[in-house]
Write a protein that binds this ligand. Structure first.
Ligand code: GLN
Length: 280
């Protein structure tokens, strides 16, 4: 993907000077074909050529796999000091290792993740991201690696006992998540959108909202950290988590799927999950 972008940049910079091959040939071919032309072009183009060479060296040495995530989602991704840890972080590191690459994690707002993939800022998204029809219109998803449940959190003394009781209530969600979508569908409900799931939970504990809809594993963590809250037995929906990859990067999608299959097969994935989630 990186190579393709670089080729396009070179093609654009060298316009008429470019020999045949822009668009379909690899970056290496383009650099070779145009090395003579580069001497005659502006400094900018020459600089770009140098950058291309640098990028190629990096990639041939394995390169970096950039993972986008929103590190506010324990136990899948959260900070331990300066470091993002969690199931997704370790799974992605294991995938990167299989690919002979080094993992780099970029933390950003949840609703920036798909745009970051599409613009090439990140190579994969691993963020407890649910596979949905809407998202499939903009990205591809790997095979699924975990299941999530949309849980409802309320205060211990709440009169809300089921999803039906949410009608007309004020519901807190993390912006852009599937919890946000479900809440938006609740009849007569007012939706309060937060950047972080934990902020919604704190708001609930302060009596500012009536309930929070959020994935069950972070729900368990948040409820264990904030007093006076409980998770309803009745959940909203069961969902599949998968790694998202840009639409035009079929090759990486296949590599991720192969790596995931191996990590499932040899027990690595389960070991990572067991490290972060203790079975009840
Ligand atoms: N699983 C939810 C979604 O995909 C929430 C993910 C998250 O907040 N990281 O929308």
């Amino acid at each position: 993907m990186k190579k393709k972008v670089v080729s396009v940049m070179l093609c654009a910079a060298m316009t008429a000077a470019v020999l045949a091959g822009c668009g379909s040939s690899s970056a290496e071919t383009v650099s070779e074909d145009t090395s003579a032309a580069a001497e005659e072009t502006e400094d900018v183009a020459a600089e770009e050529t140098a950058e291309t060479a640098e990028a190629d060296t990096e990639e041939s040495a394995g390169g970096t796999l950039v993972m986008g995530t929103n590190a506010e989602f324990p136990p899948y991704e959260y900070y331990e000091g300066q470091e993002v840890v969690g199931i997704d972080a370790e799974m992605a590191a294991a995938v990167a290792e299989k690919l002979g690459m080094e993992l780099k994690i970029e933390d950003m707002a949840f609703d920036s993740l798909i745009p970051a993939l599409s613009s090439g800022k990140v190579d994969i998204v691993a963020a407890g991201m649910t596979v949905t029809e809407d998202r499939l219109a903009s990205v591809n998803f790997s095979d699924t690696y975990a299941t999530g449940i949309q849980a409802i959190i309320v205060t211990e003394d709440s009169d809300i006992a089921s999803a039906d009781d949410l009608v007309g209530k004020t519901i807190g969600v993390q912006q852009g998540t599937t919890g946000d979508l479900y809440a938006t569908d609740v009849e007569g409900a007012t939706i309060e959108r937060y950047a972080k799931g934990m902020e919604a939970v704190q708001s609930l504990s302060q009596g500012k909202i009536d309930a929070v809809i959020i994935d069950n594993e972070p729900a368990n963590v948040f409820v264990s950290e904030v007093e006076g809250l409980k998770i309803l037995d009745e959940a909203f929906a069961t969902e599949d988590y998968a790694v998202a990859v840009a639409k035009d990067n079929e090759e990486l999608l296949e590599q991720v799927n192969t790596a995931l299959a191996e990590l499932k097969e040899d027990g690595t994935l389960q070991a990572i999950v067991d490290k972060y989630i203790t079975a009840e």
